[in-house]
Design a protein around this ligand. Structure first.
Ligand SMILES: Cc1ncc(COP(=O)(O)O)c(C=O)c1O
Length: 348
């Protein structure tokens, strides 16, 4: 039996319907005259988020990097959560390519407050870097897939704007946030100057992300995309998958969230594993492994041929539910995790 792959929602494969949409896509050279399927996707995403323009890029990492590089100058500073993806998992692109430093908030599950922004923004003094950008992440990955409360986001945005700062939202999983909060992408995007979104995670596409914002900023990002080698040719093949996913795979995300909650409630019952099931809001769950069961990595390795998960800290394991995961997979995964922890079945 194949292992149940809960390492990430990035492991999904395009479905036959998505492959059909890809093979039917009209194509062009997106660096010369433009690819019609890419243009169509960019217009669709800009419209969904209620913004002027969107830029199709290969990855969420590139979308975030372009957001940083198009809204800051080298030597400036970005306010963000200490666990955000831009800091934790993007190979310090903000510094290597953007020349920026970071100033950290330590918010609840990755969500900080308007007061944090007011406290951390630099005064105008030649000793200090200039603060130019505030970065929020929604859903927050290391915050457990947590959704920003919209009122808090609005407050952070207003405070940032009153101080002349730009706001970028890493919305790699904005679609999950929308499904959970029952809000539209435009509702969240109202409180950011730029938003990055991914198609290659819960939406199930093989490749692709977008950066969304006003015409001027996205124009700058388009030139920068060329600088870093991210301009693609017949990218309509990939854009068609994203268009298909936006039309067909957003509504079903609630099913992933329900399955994540079911798995969380089962894992929470297993002795030696700690998880607060009430905190599982979207498609992710993090649990802690008691040291007597080994490290998180040892625990994952023990299960790897049956249930695949990622260690995200010495004792912390992450599991992510996505569109290939069924109710039966959830029951089987819970049983296997229980067995690895030396417990009885929890699926009954
Ligand atoms: C919150 C968040 N932002 C950005 C990214 C980067 O996306 P990519 O892997 O496409 O570069 C990820 C990837 O998992 C993510 O979780």
């Amino acid at each position: 039996m194949d292992p149940i792959d809960l390492r990430s929602d990035t492991v999904t494969q395009p479905t036959p319907e998505m492959r059909e949409a890809m093979s039917a896509a009209p194509l062009g050279d997106d660096v010369l005259e433009g690819d019609p399927s890419v243009r169509n996707l960019e217009a669709k995403v800009a419209d969904l988020l209620g913004r002027e323009a969107a830029l199709f890029v290969p990855s969420g990492t590139m979308a975030n990097l372009l957001a940083v590089r198009s809204q800051t100058q080298p030597g400036e500073e970005i306010i963000c959560d200490e666990n955000c993806h831009i800091y934790y998992y993007e190979a310090a692109g903000f510094a290597a390519v953007g020349g920026c430093s970071l100033r950290f908030t330590r918010g609840e599950r990755g969500h900080f407050t308007a007061e944090d922004v007011a406290r951390l923004v630099r005064i105008d003094d030649e000793h200090f870097p200039r603060t130019s950008l505030v970065a929020v992440e929604n859903t927050h990955n290391r915050g457990g897939g947590s959704v920003w409360p919209i009122e808090q986001l609005a407050e952070v945005y207003c405070e940032s704007k009153s101080r002349g700062l730009r706001v970028h939202m890493d919305g790699a999983r904005l679609w999950n946030a929308c499904a959970q909060a029952e809000l539209s992408p435009a509702d969240f995007a109202e409180f950011a100057d730029t938003v990055s979104v991914c198609f290659s995670k819960g939406l199930g596409c093989p490749v692709g992300s977008a950066l969304v914002g006003d015409d001027e900023t996205i124009g700058r990002a388009r030139r920068l995309r060329k600088v870093i080698g991210g301009a693609m040719r017949q990218a309509g093949l990939l854009a068609a998958a994203a268009s298909y996913a936006l039309d067909h795979n957003r509504q079903r995300m609630k099913e992933d969230h329900a399955r994540a909650r079911t798995l969380a409630s089962k894992v929470a019952e297993i002795p030696g594993l700690t998880l607060d099931a009430d905190r599982v809001q979207t498609n992710m769950l993090y649990f802690t492994v008691e040291p007597s069961l080994g490290t998180a990595r040892e625990f994952c390795e023990k299960l790897d041929d049956r249930v695949r998960m990622l260690d995200e800290g010495p004792q912390s394991v992450r599991a992510v539910v996505h569109l290939h995961i069924t109710d039966e997979d959830i029951d089987r995964a819970a049983d296997e995790i229980a067995a690895a922890a030396g417990s009885q079945s929890v699926s009954a």
